[in-house]
Design a protein. Structure first.
Length: 205
């Protein structure tokens, strides 16, 4: 997993991990490892087809680590000082996992439609949706919910809410992806918005 990161990305990952352990728990750190593992798996899945489409991204930079790990890490700190519990963190991780599954697996099937006019666009276009991408988005969020049952002892009902929160974050990512395609924002900013939505929903579950 670390081999996919550049050196600044590795350093930032270690910093985030240390902060999570300091202000949170090993269960929270383990959930981040679950996300990292799943992220690598879906990135490598169908890599040849992604290469042919020109959208395969093997190496990840510190910007990618920042956009995916900032809000979960801040959620841990906020929960430590405000007594919010682990759900904001869990739901923010669910959101980034949901978006990761949608973007990495959704491109492998179906014809995406842009939300800006609902015209057909090429796979990998921000602000676009497909049936495959939507289903994969739900799967990614659900896997974090299932993992949290074992790591945090949450109930199956809460795990479903975690999955829904993660999916909502992915939907927000897609909506803001429309602006990204117009030059307003980047993939990093939409990822952060995605995880913020997940964390906010986690605060009210």
């Amino acid at each position: 997993m670390v081999a996919m990161l550049d050196k600044p990305g590795v350093v930032l990952t270690l910093v985030f991990g240390a902060v999570i352990v300091l202000f949170g728990s090993f269960s929270q750190l383990l959930l981040m490892f679950v996300f990292l593992f799943l992220s690598v798996m879906v990135t490598k899945f169908g890599y040849q087809e992604k290469k042919e489409m020109g959208i395969y991204e093997h190496d990840r930079s510190w910007e990618n680590v920042l956009s995916n790990g900032l809000i979960p890490t801040l959620s841990v700190i906020a929960s430590f000082f405000l007594g919010l519990g682990p759900l904001p963190f869990i739901c923010s991780v669910s959101a980034v996992a949901s978006d990761k599954f949608a973007s990495e697996l959704g491109v492998l099937g179906g014809s995406p439609l842009t939300l800006a006019g609902f015209g057909e666009v090429k796979p990998g276009t921000s602000g676009a949706v497909s049936v495959t991408g939507t289903l994969m988005s739900i799967l990614g969020a659900a896997l974090v919910g299932v993992a949290s049952v074992f790591l945090f002892g949450i109930t199956p009902t809460t795990a479903i809410l975690v999955a829904l929160a993660g999916f909502a974050g992915s939907v927000a990512d897609t909506l803001f992806g429309v602006f990204e395609e117009k030059g307003l924002g980047t993939k990093g900013t939409t990822n952060i918005i995605c995880s913020i939505v997940g964390a906010l929903i986690g605060m009210v579950i």
